[in-house]
Design a protein around this ligand. Structure first.
Ligand code: SF4
Length: 59
């Protein structure tokens, strides 16, 4: 199973992950993962790679 998370302390709310992957949304200036346990990595990987502060973790 895939586990996706955002470290809110690192997130600067740039919106890159939200633009690239519909599994992310911005709430009060911080990214939030809609489904933390997706069946496949899918676009979450793109979002992770795009994050300027390395706030997104995928296990
Ligand atoms: S790409 Fe990173 S810094 Fe930007 S909103 Fe998403 S988690 Fe936050």
């Amino acid at each position: 199973m895939v586990k996706v998370s955002v470290d809110k302390k690192k997130c600067i709310g740039c919106g890159s992950c939200v633009a690239l992957c519909d599994n992310f949304e911005l709430i009060e200036g911080k990214a939030r993962v809609k489904n933390p346990n997706p069946k496949t990595v899918g676009c979450n990987k793109k979002a992770k790679d795009s994050c300027p502060t390395n706030a997104i973790k995928i296990k």
